[in-house]
Write a protein that binds this ligand. Sequence first.
Ligand code: NDP
Ligand code: HSE
Length: 436
Amino acid sequence: MKPVKVGVLGLGTVGGGTVNVLKRNAAEIARRAGREIVITRASARDLNRERICDTQGIVLTTDPYEIINDPEIDIVLELIGGCGPVKEMVLTAIANGKHVVTANKALIALHGNEIFARASEKGVMVAFEAAVAGGIPIIKAIREGLSGNQIQWLAGIINGTGNFILTEMRDKGRDFSDVLAEAQALGYAEADPTFDVEGIDAGHKLTILASIAFGIPLQFDKVFTEGITKITREDVEYAEALGYRIKHLGIARKTPEGIELRVHPTLIPARRLIANVDGVMNAVLVKGDAVGPTLYYGAGAGAEPTASAVVADVVDVVRALTGDPENRVPHLAFQADSLADIPVLPSEEFRTAYYLRLHAEDKPGVLADVTRILANHQISIEAIIQKEALDDKGFMPIIMLTQITLEKEMNAAIAEIEALPMVNGKVNRIRLETLG
Ligand code: NDP
Ligand code: HSE
């Protein structure tokens, strides 16, 4: 049988890793796919740049459209990133009848609904395993492995750069900016690293996970995102003292009222496996009604872990080439005409527990005022630490854990606590999940 011809757009971290893996494991991959898979063309902006891969035997160009419009190419790998010119490249490749494999979560989260519709019209596949959690086959696990379940919730560490920064800061006391620079040098970070540290990249990934878990359209604009930039060393230490770790989680939960989609720093019990996922590693917990809790773990970023997912998609596409296009695994796990219009809840409707840190004058009655406000909002306190040592401004730190409450009530309570004359500055709030 004729080899399948692949064109690669982008020869950076992921593109370079993909070329290496496809070349190194060519024989093993062909045995799995049933066909030889050959990269015949690739594009990059600067052909003089030193590459992490050997491009011998590959025709190079600076113009991605030479590949997209080449009738010889069967599968286009979009490994450039972003949503600018790339959206048109992918739509043109689809219009030309080519199958597409992409690692681009921003593109799928923002434009996936349109891209999948066009792909279905043309009878081509768009595969995106590498877009979520790097090398972990989480899309396949949810879309195919758990297809007998009603997914109840999922929670994941889904940004490698952010987890790498939090781990290095906690374990080695390193500076935020210093660790971020290392993550960039290692090729983990997005072209704009604020996507990593402000939770936008995790929001893109959560959009995709929620869609395939609950059978809803992709809707990134409804995801609540909070980044890791405001996590302080003292919060990390207080959390540890209370038996918790702070992790940056993406959480999607189906409730009777609607779906919660949220990305934020989260206290989780230190005994949970996911609390011990460190460095660039990612992990996703998925709870199905039949299977119960399941956990998926692996490298969340980097050249070859991500290439592992890209190449697996290429093999899937090659295996399905001769099959009936009407009977392929649907892009978003559920049949396109069966996606449900379940409401996504605004943040005021979230239900979660909280860690609160505030600083107050060391006078009698402060704690009574604070607890009265919480009680007025039906918020029960789980634990309180009142530090004897005053902070550097002479105020007394008070740390509290609450039971699960409505975010709207917590917002109102925090506003009232901050208005107390004896309370100094803002209340620092971090959401808490037991993931039980
Ligand atoms: P890189 O910046 O390392 O590589 C991007 C590649 O695209 C480069 O080869 C670059 O050319 C080329 N390129 C950039 N802009 C254009 C353009 N306008 N037209 C044509 N070519 C262009 O990115 P990554 O490999 O890190 O990321 C690629 C995709 O994979 C992104 O969507 C990212 O989110 C995703 N991803 C990344 C992971 C990682 O660990 N890095 C993990 C999972 C997904 P040149 O080299 O000449 O500059
Ligand atoms: N910048 C992303 C991360 C790459 O650090 O997780 C993998 O998607």
